[in-house]
Design a protein around this ligand. Structure first.
Ligand SMILES: [Zn+2]
Length: 222
């Protein structure tokens, strides 16, 4: 199923950096057109122009292509992390109506992403925390409604963020278990598909042979 929110997010949220060569903006979401190397960003074409413009240690086109391939393999996780983190932060701004996230939120998120926050046994990636947050939106709303009914509702966006985060962290273990079971399900489904494919092929072969034999028999009978 297509997640409409996901599409809206991808249209709205753009993660930009400055190209080290042309000094113009690069949109990281354009994936293959972004080269991230030695902590700076280049447009794909700009990187090639930059390498070709070198007076010394000039590389061949093949060597430049190898270099692009290598930097993609090495840095794609890091670029994904930056994009996911940006999408998540923009979501938090909208959801909690905080136009500019304060340092206290950035610091707490950083501690969670690098796993140094108290009681965390391992880092949580921005994409996992984001996923968890979206899945638990209704639950978080209900919890706050329950507090409002008791006269303890939180109206301040920043305070509400920290409150919701604390709730989500208590659900972390069950989220991890759920996610693992989803991954196992996907793998099991893939295995069944693979198994069926080989079964079908086998049956086809068998039928073809049988048919051949039958035809031979009929021919002989004639
Ligand atoms: Zn450029």
């Amino acid at each position: 199923m297509i997640d409409v929110m996901e599409i809206v997010m991808s249209i709205e949220v753009k993660t930009t950096r400055k190209c080290s060569y042309c000094k113009d903006k690069i949109i990281l979401e354009t994936g293959n057109f972004v080269i991230y190397k030695d902590n700076v960003y280049y447009h794909y074409d700009c990187f090639i122009s930059f390498m070709n413009s070198k007076k010394r240690n000039k590389l061949s086109q093949d060597e430049i292509m190898d270099m692009i391939k290598e930097s993609k393999e090495k840095n794609s996780d890091k670029v994904k992390y930056i994009i996911d983190k940006n999408h998540f932060e923009r979501y938090l701004q909208r959801r909690y109506d905080i136009p500019c996230l304060p340092k206290s939120i950035y610091t707490r998120l950083e501690q969670i992403f690098n796993g140094t926050y108290k009681n965390l046994s391992e880092p949580i990636s921005p994409s996992d925390l984001f996923d968890m947050w979206k899945r638990k939106e209704d639950y978080l709303e209900k919890t706050n409604q329950w507090k409002i009914d008791k006269g303890e509702g939180i109206s301040d966006g920043i305070a509400r963020f920290f409150y919701d985060l604390a709730i989500l962290l208590t659900k972390l273990d069950s989220y991890k278990k759920w996610k693992m079971s989803q991954e196992i399900n996907v793998r099991t489904k893939q295995n069944i598909i693979e198994e069926n494919k080989s079964k079908i092929d086998y049956t086809k072969m068998y039928n073809n042979n049988k048919e051949k034999i039958n035809i031979e028999n009929i021919l002989e009978e004639i």
